[in-house]
Design a protein around this ligand. Structure first.
Ligand SMILES: Nc1ncnc2c1ncn2[C@@H]1O[C@H](COP(=O)(O)OP(=O)(O)O)[C@@H](O)[C@H]1O
Ligand SMILES: [Mg+2]
Length: 250
């Protein structure tokens, strides 16, 4: 079975079908991009998958188990982690301190039973590993408020990594980043994609086509196409859906 399966998933906001009978399969071990015009329902779909919102209809399976009505924290424990568009960082704490808090949150109550010394060492070591993966080791002891915007976005990805996810949900990680910062984020996502499955929502088509093994296109809450990048690029329906939007970049 695929790592993530959405079956006939719908989310109605009053009279608006933000997600409308959506079918999607995300395979393990690859980066799968979800693209679509503004208002297509991408963020709503992430909210349904992560459990931030309940679906109106349909089912969600993750790692062989139905999770449709599981609360968010249970999904995180099963290996589903997301980043948020609003920042979750403690600005006066350092990079390592932020990561340590995230690791501590994952360990939860089991953590109380550790010896204080090994507790601190364990946290520190794991936080350092995540920071290294992020490429932020040189900034370990810098307060978040002094990081560049791009570094803060990288650290946000790190908070999700501290959950030790099997599937990482990224909602527009490149939003608001400059050219160089975007490039660093693309490199980070590529690096993570070597050991993690990623569902990537992104408007930067350059990044999407460089990173993804598979691309699905969401329009009016429905997946209108799903396939390898070259197939999506050549799909006339996809071009039509993007006319007047980002179509030129496809
Ligand atoms: N909480 C909400 N209540 C009502 N309408 C919403 C809510 N969240 C999103 N929408 C609407 O659902 C549609 C899809 O939004 P969204 O999922 O944010 O799209 P995308 O991320 O693809 O731009 C939009 O028309 C948006 O206005
Ligand atoms: Mg969105």
């Amino acid at each position: 079975m695929s790592l993530l399966v959405l079956e006939g998933l719908s989310k109605q906001f009053g009279g608006l079908a933000a997600v409308n009978n959506c079918h999607l399969q995300v395979e393990a071990g690859q980066i799968h991009a979800l693209i679509g015009p503004n208002g297509a329902g991408k963020t709503t779909l992430i909210n349904l998958i992560s459990g931030a919102l309940p679906p109106t209809r349909g089912r969600i399976y993750f790692d062989g188990q139905e999770i449709t009505s599981l609360p968010q924290h249970r999904r995180v424990r099963l290996g589903l982690a997301r980043t948020f568009q609003i920042t979750n960082l403690y600005k006066n704490y350092t990079v390592l301190e932020n990561l340590e808090l995230a690791v501590q949150a994952r360990l939860g109550s089991s953590f109380r039973f550790w010896q204080p010394v090994s507790r601190e060492r364990g946290l520190r070591e794991e936080a350092e590993k995540v920071s290294e993966l992020l490429g932020l080791s040189a900034r370990n002891h810098t307060p978040v408020a002094q990081l560049s915007h791009g570094e803060q976005r990288q650290l946000e990805v790190g908070l999700a990594l501290a959950c030790q996810p099997k599937l990482l949900l990224l909602d527009e990680p490149m939003a608001g980043l400059g050219l160089e910062e975007s490039e660093r984020m693309v490199e980070l996502i590529a690096r993570l994609g070597q050991s993690l499955s990623i569902l990537l929502i992104e408007h930067d088509m350059n990044a999407v086509f460089r990173l993804s093994a598979r691309i699905s296109v969401l329009v009016y809450g429905q997946v209108i196409a799903s396939g390898p990048p070259e197939e999506i690029r050549a799909n006339p329906e996809v071009h039509k859906a993007y006319l007047g939007d980002e179509g030129g970049a496809l």
